[in-house]
Design a protein around this ligand. Structure first.
Ligand code: 1GP
Length: 231
């Protein structure tokens, strides 16, 4: 479950973290393409204190680092050609991450075209991979694997009009040997389960769970994801 901390007050963040934990989510991702609030560290602390599952930073920039998290997705935007997001932010972040002893999880981050310009696309100033170009997605993911990354993240973008195509998930997952995270625009438990069947090891949902009153939808997603089997 993704929590964009900017959207909530500290007390609400704690409630959401507790709901995610009790609803059966495997982990909480914390971050956003742009964080407007000045107290990221405090927000991560509020989430970490209320959660009983791993809390992992999913950073939009070097400004999203906190010692209160359990780990950070050390992203390189391998679908793009913007050196700042391929290696520049990472050089700024690495010493800070080492200093606070945060676990860094090397992740190849791939934006997939999803119907309209997303915040991730705009903020990173990169072009996403076209939805029907499975060959480009496969080659990009394999390059990430050969560069030593431990995960590939196929991202349609938060609030995406269209989620990552199932055919692309299937094509990429059968081509690489590292686990796939899939997210963006996944709005139903059924759609989440289909991602698993297609080959996703992790499914990320953000927006849809923010509208939930209580844990029912979180639980429905968790059960659908955990009950699905890879085809
Ligand atoms: C974005 O994949 C996440 O990085 C979540 O997207 O908010 O559309 O669920 P949604």
């Amino acid at each position: 479950m993704l929590i964009d901390p900017d959207k909530w007050a500290l007390a609400q963040l704690a409630d959401m973290a507790a709901a995610a934990s009790e609803g059966g989510a495997d982990a909480i991702l914390i971050g956003g393409s742009l964080i407007m609030a000045p107290n990221f560290d405090e927000m991560v602390h509020a989430i970490r204190s209320a959660a009983s599952i791993p809390c992992i930073i999913f950073p939009g920039s070097v400004m999203q680092i906190s010692k209160h998290a359990d780990a950070i997705l050390f992203l390189s935007l391998v679908s793009g050609r913007n050196p700042s997001y391929l290696i520049g932010e990472q050089i700024k972040a690495a010493p800070l991450i080492q200093h606070i002893g945060l676990e860094a999880i090397p992740t190849g981050y791939m934006l997939i075209e999803s119907g309209r310009v997303t915040s991730a696309e705009f903020m990173s100033n990169t072009r996403p991979i076209p939805r029907d170009k499975n060959d480009i997605a496969k080659a990009t993911a394999l390059a990430a694997q050969y560069l030593g990354m431990k995960l590939v993240y196929l991202e349609a973008g938060s609030g995406a009009q269209h989620a990552v195509p199932l055919e692309m998930i299937s094509a990429v997952s059968s081509y690489v040997s590292i686990p796939l995270i899939v997210g963006g625009g996944i709005r139903t438990p059924e759609a989440a389960a289909q991602c698993v069947t297609a080959g996703a090891s992790f499914v990320v949902t953000g927006n849809v769970l923010e509208k939930d009153e209580g844990q029912k939808l979180i639980r429905d997603f968790a059960e659908a994801i955990h009950g699905a089997r890879r085809a």
